[in-house]
Design a protein around this ligand. Structure first.
Ligand code: PBG
Length: 323
């Protein structure tokens, strides 16, 4: 076993949003538990995507949140990046020389509905016809439209905390929002889970590929860091994530693709993977669910589900969405 050199400090590159900082601190704490006298340093990175206030797809997609930190990692300016796997693009290979050395145990994958502070509403069904629901993900928009075609789904951007401020009318007065959809895991990380009302089941709203998974990325030749990180790896999460990401890759989803994918280890020990591809308005949808995957070869399951979705016309649906 390669031990981490005494005296070397580990630099974690992180965005300065509250959620990114919480995630970086969580990883720093886990690493210090593995190696009690480890020096960990957080290096703040403000990405172009953090500064951009417009539609992310115009800037090049949400992959930009990870790209800038990846460049610093390649240059050796930081040693470790903590990425939400949901934000790691599936249609492009990992940047040269970088590797995910570990994935933490998956958090809650489900999406959750919030209402403005003080509202007595509890579920999507409580909203009056034509009410406004905010979300930035086409995947969520399409699935809301399936449950409530009468609702007006509008885009919202920014860090989770500032989105909630918008919902509460504390920002952008005028753009009244009646409800908002966010990731449960994000709310939990920000200690705001008390704001969640209806948690959607995965049947109601299939999660994004990689939802709730944090990936720890480093240089592929940085053996001391790889050795340290690999002690934090959660095998089941890694296996399920592999099936989902192979599916995403085979679908060649672009950053704005309305693709959902969720893999679970079934009680019988087999892998089950469900995938969905939606048109932007949610009116067209293809789906596949295979439950006979082997944990020894999650990639094969991902490829089979992707092939089934493509057979049903997924390519045409994906290409029809502007990107
Ligand atoms: N797109 C932003 C983003 N990236 C990861 C999460 C939450 C954590 C996760 O699902 O991994 C969020 C916030 C949200 O979607 O509400």
């Amino acid at each position: 076993m390669i031990t981490f050199p005494a005296g070397r400090s580990l630099r974690i590159g992180t965005r300065s949003s509250p959620m990114a900082l919480t995630q970086a601190h969580t990883v720093a704490d886990l690493l210090r538990k593995e190696q009690p006298n480890l020096q960990v340093e957080l290096v703040d990175v403000t990405t172009e995507a953090d500064r951009w206030q417009g539609d992310l797809s115009q800037l090049g997609g949400k992959g930009l949140f990870v790209k800038q930190i990846d460049v610093m990692l390649q240059r050796g300016e930081v040693d470790l990046a903590v990425h939400c796997m949901k934000d790691v693009p599936g249609d492009t290979p990992l940047p040269e020389g970088l590797v995910f050395a570990a994935h933490l145990p998956r958090d809650d994958v489900r999406d959750v509905l919030l209402f403005p502070e003080g509202s007595t509403l509890r579920t999507l069904a409580d909203l009056p016809p034509g009410a406004t629901v905010a979300t930035s993900a086409v995947r969520r928009k399409a699935q809301v439209r399936r449950m409530r075609p009468d609702l007006d789904v509008v885009r919202v951007r920014g860090a989770v905390g500032s989105r909630i401020d918008k919902l509460d009318g504390k920002k952008d007065a005028g753009a009244r929002l009646d409800a908002m959809i966010l990731a449960t895991s994000g709310l939990v990380r920000l200690e705001m889970s008390h704001r969640g009302r209806q948690i959607f089941t995965v049947d109601e709203m299939l999660p994004a590929v990689g939802a709730g998974v944090l990936g720890l990325e480093c240089r592929h030749d940085d053996e001391p860091v790889i050795g340290l990180l690999s002690r934090l790896n959660h095998q089941r999460t890694m296996t399920e994530l592999t099936a989902e990401r192979v599916m995403l890759h085979d679908l060649r989803g672009h950053c704005n693709s309305p693709i959902a994918g969720h893999c679970v280890t079934e009680p019988d020990g087999r892998l089950g993977l469900r995938g969905m591809v939606f048109s932007a308005d949610g009116t067209t949808l293809v789906q596949a669910h295979l439950r006979d995957g082997s944990t020894d070869d999650p990639a094969a399951l991902g490829a089979r589900v992707a092939a089934e979705l493509l057979r049903q016309g997924a390519r045409e649906i994906i290409e029809a969405i502007p990107h």
